[in-house]
Design a protein. Structure first.
Length: 88
């Protein structure tokens, strides 16, 4: 992975369509290498064969997925829930 602040303007050299797979509750999977431009203008490059692009915005390596999407918060305990019965 290479991050290039300020970005670059290189255009892709081939016009072959790359398959992109959208995963449920996870990243966008795209064949690499890729060059991703972020909203602030930075460019992140990855030369991996398959690149996972974060869609949950929880990744510490955003825009690349770091599997943080797998960490789910436990729902708050229902304070009104009845406690388990104790044996007598
Ligand atoms: S999709 Fe994996 S960390 Fe966001």
């Amino acid at each position: 992975m290479t991050s290039v602040p300020g970005g670059g303007t290189d255009e892709p050299t081939d016009d072959t369509a790359r398959p992109v797979r959208i995963t449920r509750d996870g990243p966008l999977m795209i064949q690499g290498p890729v060059r991703i431009e972020t909203p602030d203008g930075d460019v992140v490059e990855s030369d991996r064969f398959m690149v996972a692009i974060c869609t949950c915005r929880r990744s510490k390596t955003y825009p690349l997925c770091d599997t943080s999407h797998r960490k789910r918060r436990r729902p708050p305990r229902d304070s009104a829930a009845k406690p388990p019965e104790r044996p007598a």
